[in-house]
Design a protein around this ligand. Structure first.
Ligand code: GLC
Length: 661
């Protein structure tokens, strides 16, 4: 059952799609202070799940989180905000219920941080909607919540293939080389991403003619090899005379305004930019239609970036900072002056104060950006999604975004933002998955191999052994870091085998994805969701159930040649050194130390279940569902969901086939 409680005058976020009458009774479970604060007394063994992309564990207890979409490529345990804000939690324990705090501005979730036995949730203003969901168990609560927020985005089938990306592919030849090298090394590939370097001076919807003289031909040549080009689109629009997007935006008042009514100026990659006012339906439509500049060249997928929005600096703050620095540096810089100096420079990027300085026009009313901050990225992807439905109604377009709020899951996927080539970020990504799924984000994954910092071959192999299970499977790295295309490493064949295994698993992964999307379920679940009475399952933070059949337990520590795994029931261990070379072993419920060599993939099949496994292909276009083998326990059956892979109404072509082992 879902109950809705309205406080003050909430801004309509667009998260919920089902209309529910507001309850008149007192808010259950929480004490509200009627100032935007909600407290809950945590019992010793309560677990708090959720908060989507937030850092730390699957169980969120013991930290304070801030919902404020924020560009933080250096995130670690100490971080409080990331790229997306997903204010849905499930308390599981003494009382089990879900709660969604639908609020577009800044919110704090103190989950046993200030006081171990108290959860305190605070919105900046007392203008929000709280939904309380009760049900049979956690899975039922998630299902009800997902029905409230609407069906998750389903990408085209090819989006399940492997993607190669790097900020720094500078020209057409770089892209052709990536395709050739993958082919030469026998590594399947479905997409190559175009980062900001394809644009002319970082201007959205332009192509640099010198470096990419014929993008249409390049896209067509790639497509012939089964490879899709996926360009990036950034939120900020460069201020440059003669640039149509800039000039139209100014003319039509489609950009966010400053307090004086002029177009607000921030700075991102191109230097000075204006930010489209994605909260205006007309601006959304206008910006969305611009994607056709690229679809006309044969592009079928996009990633939307810097849409928190990230602001490197604003001109006002920059000039104040420069003036202050001049003063500071004119005398002897002692410790205080030095810290002030470094603090001021570091404080230019993503400065909270800057988000108070611009406004959205919502039905003629000027709304301060900070009050609706967390909706910006979602509305950018909505703009693309809605326009592309009109422009290319016959097929699904791939979209994923960096920034998001609940509701954005209907328009596209998200990647988990900038990470690092750190071992800890494998685990971090894994712990985000179930919470993202609860909030509707099914098409997601991390920058495999790590975006910032230099990767290593062993880190890449271990990361592949995890990421090959995630719907979005993309190797992406930052300019200036060590190259990490798989063909660059010594043991290319080990990496190639991992990608081949991914392709063999795609029929299963896509099928489980469709089930999760169409039935409002999670694709990745904490163990305790299926084994609720099991205390060890409740504490397991580094294993996940994938669909109804698998359990994954990746190795995420350097130089480890195995790990402890907890089996909540008897399971079949699958050990693969190549897609066509695998061993199985049935292990009883309990703790096991499992050897996992660097070039091996190990995963588990649940008791009395089996999965379909295909033959790897060069790309998803060649996947043949008619020759699937079944791996797992004898006498088990599996319901394979498939569709034509492109229809915008997946139900139109959905096929369910019963396979048995
Ligand atoms: C941002 C994105 C990253 C991209 C870079 C350059 O940091 O998160 O993925 O490569 O910008 O566009």
């Amino acid at each position: 059952m879902i109950k809705k409680y309205i406080y003050g005058e909430p801004f309509p976020t667009g998260a919920a799609v089902k209309s529910i009458a507001a309850s008149e009774d007192k808010l259950p479970f929480f004490e509200s202070d009627n100032k935007g604060g909600f407290s809950y007394a945590l019992s010793e063994n309560d677990i708090v799940y959720g908060l989507g992309e937030q850092i730390r564990g699957i169980n969120k207890r013991g930290w304070q989180y801030v919902s404020w979409n924020y560009d933080n490529p250096n995130h670690h345990e100490d971080t409080r905000s990331l790229y997306g804000s997903h204010n849905f939690i499930i308390v599981s324990g003494q009382q089990t219920f879900g709660a969604f705090f639908d609020y577009a501005g800044k919110m704090e979730f103190d989950i046993g941080y200030t006081k171990r036995s108290e959860m305190r949730i605070t919105a900046d203003k007392n203008d929000l909607i709280v939904y309380i969901i009760t049900g049979e168990n956690e899975k039922d609560i998630v299902k009800q919540f997902r029905q409230l927020i609407g069906r998750s985005y389903i990408p085209p089938f090819w989006a399940f293939g492997y993607g190669q990306s790097r900020w720094g592919y500078k020209n057409e030849q770089d892209i052709r080389t990536v395709a050739e090298q993958h082919k030469a090394a026998g590594i399947p590939l479905d997409s190559i991403y175009l980062d900001i370097d394809y644009m002319e001076r970082y201007k959205d919807f332009t192509v640099d003619k010198e470096r990419f003289p014929d993008l249409e031909k390049l896209a067509a040549d790639m497509k012939e090899q089964g490879i899709h080009l996926v360009p990036i689109i950034d939120a900020g629009v460069k201020i440059e005379d003669g640039y149509d997007v800039y000039e139209e935006g100014v003319r039509e008042n489609y950009f966010c305004k400053n307090a004086e009514g002029g177009d607000f100026v921030g700075a991102v990659w191109p230097g000075r930019v204006h930010f489209p006012d994605f909260l205006q339906p007309e601006a959304r439509k206008w910006f969305g239609e611009k994607y056709s500049v690229l679809t006309k060249l044969g592009i079928e997928g996009f990633w939307n970036d810097m849409n928190e929005p990230a602001i490197f600096y604003t001109e006002d703050r920059l000039s104040d900072t420069c003036a202050e620095i001049e003063k500071l540096t004119s005398g002897n810089m002692g410790i205080n002056e030095y810290f002030r100096f470094t603090g001021m420079v570091a404080g230019l990027n993503g400065n909270m104060g800057d988000y108070d300085k611009f406004y959205h026009n919502v039905d003629g009313k000027m709304i301060k950006h900070s009050e609706v901050h967390n909706l910006y990225g979602m509305n950018m992807t909505r703009s693309a999604f809605e326009a592309l439905k009109e422009i290319c109604p016959e097929k699904r377009t791939l979209f994923f975004s960096r920034s998001s709020y609940i509701g954005a899951h209907r328009y596209g996927g998200i990647w988990q933002g900038d990470n690092k080539s750190w071992w800890s970020h494998i685990l971090q990504s894994m712990q985000q998955l179930p919470a993202l799924n609860m909030a509707g984000f099914l098409f997601t994954g991390s920058d495999t191999g790590g975006f910032g910092c230099d990767t290593t071959e062993d880190l890449m192999l271990r990361w592949l052994q995890y990421s090959l299970f995630t719907p979005l499977f993309r190797n992406h790295s930052a300019d200036g870091t060590r190259f990490q295309e798989l063909y660059r490493f010594d043991n290319v064949s080990a990496a190639a085998e991992m990608i081949k295994i991914r392709y063999s698993l795609i029929p299963y992964l896509y099928s489980e994805f469709l089930k999760a999307a169409l039935n409002d379920e999670m694709m990745f679940k904490p163990l305790a969701f299926e084994f609720p009475g099991d205390d060890m399952a409740k504490q397991t933070e580094d294993q996940l159930l994938l669909g109804n059949e698998l359990m994954i337990a990746p190795v995420y520590k350097q130089n480890a040649l195995g790990r402890y795994v907890y089996l909540p029931e008897e399971m079949m261990l699958i050990r693969m050194s190549a897609w066509d070379k695998y061993e199985t072993q049935i292990l009883p419920k309990g703790h096991h130390y499992v050897d996992v060599k660097l070039d091996e993939l190990v995963f588990f099949i649940r008791s009395n279940k089996a999965i379909p496994f295909g033959k790897p292909t060069a790309n998803t276009g060649e996947i043949d569902l008619s020759s699937l083998e079944m791996i797992g326990f004898p006498n088990s059956t599996y319901l394979l969901y498939s569709d034509n892979g492109y229809s915008t109404e997946p139900e139109e072509s959905i096929k369910i086939s019963a396979l048995s082992k």
